[in-house]
Write a protein that binds this ligand. Structure first.
Ligand code: ADP
Length: 373
């Protein structure tokens, strides 16, 4: 009988009913055809095991089914034994089969319970993350307006006051408010990174991202080096990636003296492109390296704060890279320098597929595999 023809309320139980009919037919066969010995008996148990694998029953129906199958099939084998048509030891199979079935039920239920637990925990985690993201988004959004208003007022006082002492104090307040505004903006950006509208992507030549950044920072005194610039295309939000590169360069500047070296370049490896910012600065201790992308992490909190850092720059770089389907990595040798690498998937443009060739060389042969030493 087809499932959709079975009348409600049995429709949802049609598999169970079909199995019952199959089991009953096998029991009848056991009774009628003694020469078949325990073959129908095995059919019953195998079909029961297969069925349970697909539909895990509650404990009561499981126990009931088990008891019915054991008693009925055991009784029919018992009758055949009594008639002398089967050897007595066939009866030992009944509790053995039942024990195997119970072991399988136990494992299935344990697995089910574990999966249910995982589902509940991950649901709770998703809710928690979502709440955290919304809080971050709301808080940073709400902070922006009062900060901007206060900044405007203080800047006005700074410009108009005749008192040099007040001007100096206003200058300090302006710096702090600017730092706060930057923090609010970065936090808002991190919180928005998972949003589908976060990126406005376009196909961009990889080398342009590097040369644009180099141009933006050219006036800052350092030994700037332009690394390799392979001709490749990436599908990115130019503004956001620019922000991430700038953040890496700001960090490099922060930790490198004026005669230090900063190298910006790009690389292509398989289906991934990368933009690398390497410096010859103070480096990062190995025990801190794995934490630098954590929110609010600062290697030297006191010194970092003096420099205007609050520990969200690299979290922002990570959020932007991951929003593009990429990642960010760091290498460092304390006392020798650091290298940060933003990895991005290459654009899937058929006309440019495979168009990857180095076009320009830096004064240093290629980018360092490790920070400059
Ligand atoms: P911040 O805004 O405070 O600079 P980041 O998230 O950008 O925070 O960086 C986290 C920490 O990583 C900083 O406190 C800094 O000490 C360290 N760091 C980042 N970039 C470099 C670098 N190029 N050289 C040395 N240390 C770095």
């Amino acid at each position: 009988m087809r499932a959709d023809r079975v009348e409600w309320p049995f429709r949802q139980y049609w598999i169970d009913l079909a199995w019952m009919a199959f089991a009953a037919a096998n029991l009848a066969a056991m009774l009628l055809f003694a020469s078949w010995e325990t073959v129908p008996f095995h059919f019953i148990w195998v079909s029961l095991t297969i069925l349970y694998g697909f539909r895990v029953w509650r404990l009561k129906p499981t126990a009931l089914t088990l008891a019915v199958v054991m008693i009925a099939s055991g009784a029919f084998i018992g009758i055949d034994v009594a008639r002398g048509k089967q050897p007595l030891d066939e009866l030992t199979e009944v509790p053995l089969m039942a024990a195997m079935f119970v072991a399988m039920v136990w494992h299935a239920r344990r697995r089910l319970a574990a999966m249910e637990q995982i589902r509940r925990v991950s649901e709770a985690n998703v809710k928690l993350l979502d709440r955290e993201r919304r809080f971050l988004q709301d808080a940073s959004h709400e902070l922006r307006t009062p900060i901007t208003v206060a900044l405007g007022q203080i800047e006005l006082i700074q410009r108009t006051t005749p008192d040099p002492l007040v001007r100096e104090d206003a200058g300090i307040a302006v710096d702090e408010l600017m730092r706060l505004r930057r923090l609010a903006e970065r936090l808002l950006l991190i919180a928005s990174a998972g949003h589908p509208d976060f990126l406005r992507t376009g196909t961009v030549p990889l080398d342009e991202l590097v040369t644009d950044a180099r141009r933006r920072w050219a006036a800052t005194p350092r030994r700037w080096v332009l690394g390799e610039l392979p001709a490749a295309l990436v599908e990115v939000d130019r503004e956001r990636i620019g922000l991430a590169i700038d953040s890496l360069i700001e960090n490099a500047l922060e930790h490198t003296s004026e005669d230090g070296r900063i190298e910006i370049g790009a690389r292509v490896d398989g289906r991934m492109a990368s933009i690398v910012v390497a410096d010859s600065g103070c480096g990062i201790p190995p025990e801190n390296l794995e934490h630098v992308f954590d929110r609010f992490f600062r290697v030297d909190a006191g010194r970092s704060r003096e420099g205007g850092g609050v520990g969200v720059g690299l979290s922002m770089v990570k959020a932007i890279s991951e929003a593009h389907g990429g990642s960010v990595a760091a290498r460092s040798r304390p006392g020798h320098g650091s290298a940060f690498e933003i990895l991005l998937p290459l654009a899937r443009s058929p006309s440019h597929r495979g168009e990857v060739a180095p076009v320009e060389r830096s004064s240093v042969a290629g980018l360092p595999a490790s920070p400059p030493g």
